[in-house]
Design a protein around this ligand. Structure first.
Ligand SMILES: [Zn+2]
Ligand SMILES: [Zn+2]
Length: 146
């Protein structure tokens, strides 16, 4: 699904279509989500927004991210011991690489796992609606440091 507009334009259009006001702070959140490849947490987004808008509260960021998640425009990756991380570029489920040292999260260039979903559905009778596939490891940068 490649549309001519950029991801940030898509997010803006969809929020506007639902009648949401786009405050400068909310625009900053969209820009960060659309441009970062590192799957930021709400706290990391907050820090970045505060660089331009020092008065922005964590609750404001949280509300915007939650709204986008409910709209299906952001994929949330929850972790039991760490803050959730968010992917605003690819909102559909996809495999992730997670560094257990520095907590970097990447989207690997991996073959699609759609075939696996179909196989499971066929064999179990389940209607598969989502999946979660994380690979844990130590990134090259952290390996050099050890
Ligand atoms: Zn690392
Ligand atoms: Zn991702």
């Amino acid at each position: 699904m490649s549309e001519p507009s950029t991801r940030i334009d898509e997010l803006v259009t969809r929020l506007r279509a639902r009648g949401y006001r786009l405050t400068p702070q909310r625009m900053a959140v969209l820009r960060i989500l659309a441009s970062s490849k590192g799957h930021p947490s709400v706290e990391q987004i907050h820090q970045q927004v505060q660089a331009d808008f020092p008065m922005t509260s964590l609750a404001t960021i949280y509300k915007t991210v939650t709204l986008l998640k409910e709209m299906g425009e952001v994929l949330e990756l929850g972790f039991s011991n760490d803050s959730s991380r968010y992917d605003g570029n690819k909102p559909h489920p996809h495999p992730h690489l997670v560094c257990i040292r520095c907590k970097e999260i990447l989207d690997p260039e991996a073959p699609s796992v759609g075939g696996l979903s179909e196989l499971l559905a066929r064999e179990t009778g389940y209607k598969i609606v989502s999946h979660r596939l994380d690979f844990y490891g130590i990134c090259p940068r952290c390996q050099k440091r050890e």
